[in-house]
Design a protein around this ligand. Structure first.
Ligand SMILES: *[C@@H]1O[C@H](CO)[C@@H](O)[C@H](O)[C@H]1NC(C)=O
Length: 133
């Protein structure tokens, strides 16, 4: 059946298109919270290695990473790539030891997170996140 497009239908079609565009815009740019390690949190021997988890996800500017851990013996440290490679928490870019640490990505590019305890870092408690431009 051929359907005649009247003025009213055309206006309705435009309105529907506008709604779709608004929904796409809202879902595309809403900042998201990522819980590092899921229910395991920030620990040695996570169920899924942190970097494999990171590769499965898309991180964007303004997204947030939440680390949960035992503040009696652990911390989160943001470091350079060379300090990441060496599990070296000396001279960090950022450090938090409150037990629940949230980091917001202000720009795109790679970010390197390690435990402030080098033994824990060596045991797998470290993470690289690449934030998309
Ligand atoms: C850790 O980094 C500091 C500089 O931030 C450096 O002086 C020190 O030698 C490094 N430690 C190791 C074991 O590489």
């Amino acid at each position: 059946m051929t359907r005649r497009v009247t003025g009213v239908d055309a206006a309705a079609a435009v309105a529907a298109a506008v709604v779709v565009v608004v929904l796409l815009a809202a879902s595309c740019c809403e900042a998201r919270d990522f819980y590092v390690g899921g229910r395991d949190g920030w620990t040695i021997n996570p169920a899924e290695p942190y970097n494999r988890w990171a590769e499965r996800n898309r991180f964007q500017v303004n997204d947030r990473l939440v680390f949960r851990y035992n503040k009696e013996k652990d911390s989160v440290v943001v470091v350079s790539q060379s300090h990441y490679d060496g599990c070296n928490a000396t001279d960090p870019l950022l450090r938090d030891a409150g037990g629940e640490s949230t980091f917001v990505f202000d720009n795109s590019g790679p970010f390197f997170f390690i435990s402030g305890d080098s033994g824990r870092c060596q045991a797998g408690e470290r993470l690289i996140v690449v934030v998309l431009a």
